[in-house]
Design a protein around this ligand. Structure first.
Ligand code: FPP
Length: 236
């Protein structure tokens, strides 16, 4: 695809959904679904870095995901940890800046350490910003921001609120992709998505490939973003 000819988003957020259903359909365990999900993560990050995307946010674990079976939760953390272990060198060679969004202090120590180590070792990189939402929920994020602002004891502005979110140093997502046919945001970047374009695909996350990524990018390039302004392309 010729990316010089189409309008690309700066920031894409992805709600990676459907690992479990992908596995179930094949008579496999949910953990195998998540393992295959990581392969899709790897390909997506490589592609995002190749096309020169500025920010990629991946929703890896929500504040609601603690309701899952303990084995599955720890399986997901193990998979994320292993992935970071093997791919940190590639982040460095691709100049990828890794960072997280969410309360990582509540995660098991091993994964917390791995996440902070990757953040530290790539903090001066200038390429793709890879923002992993882990133990993240937008309502918790907003509550935390409100409580920080209340402590200041004066009316807050929208700018103050934005500056107190986990993503304060990132642009808002231009495009949010959700896989698996579900059409909702499920507590993902609720403040930041006010003007995001939404793209839904029926594909389960492990089956999300670069053909589908291109489809989302082409669809985005056709959208007329007005941010509350007037239609400019209406034919009289
Ligand atoms: C959604 O599928 C997937 C998750 C909750 C976990 C996503 C995690 C990964 C792909 C692990 C790797 C992430 C990184 C950033 C290395 P689901 O289990 O909700 O699927 P279902 O809706 O079909 O049950």
């Amino acid at each position: 695809m010729n990316f010089k000819k189409i309008k690309l988003p700066d920031h894409i957020g992805i709600i990676m959904d459907g690992n479990g259903r992908w596995a179930l359909k094949r008579g496999l365990s949910r953990i195998i679904g998540h393992k295959n999900g990581v392969e899709a993560v790897r390909k997506t990050i490589r592609y995002a870095s190749d096309i020169g995307l500025k920010v990629l946010t991946l929703f890896a674990f929500s504040t609601e995901n603690w309701k899952r079976d303990k084995n599955e939760i720890h399986g997901i953390f193990d998979i994320v940890e292993q992935y970071l272990e093997t791919d940190l060198d590639e982040f460095k060679s691709r100049d990828i800046k890794f960072r997280t969004m969410g309360d990582i202090t509540k995660l098991p120590k091993r994964i917390y350490k791995k996440l902070t180590e990757c953040t530290k070792q790539t903090c001066n990189n200038k390429g793709l910003i890879l923002n992993v939402a882990i133990n993240y929920g937008a309502r918790d994020e907003l509550l935390l921001a409100c409580n920080n602002l209340i402590k200041k004891g004066k009316p807050a502005t929208l700018e103050d609120l934005k500056n107190n979110l986990y993503s304060s140093d990132l642009p808002d997502p231009d495009l949010i992709i959700r896989t698996s046919g579900e059409m909702r945001l499920s507590n993902f970047m609720l403040f930041q998505s006010a003007y995001s374009e939404l793209y839904f695909t029926n594909s389960y996350w492990p089956a999300f490939d670069m053909k589908q990524f291109n489809r989302a990018l082409i669809e985005y390039s056709k959208r007329d973003r007005r941010f509350g302004g007037n239609h400019k392309n209406v034919q009289k």
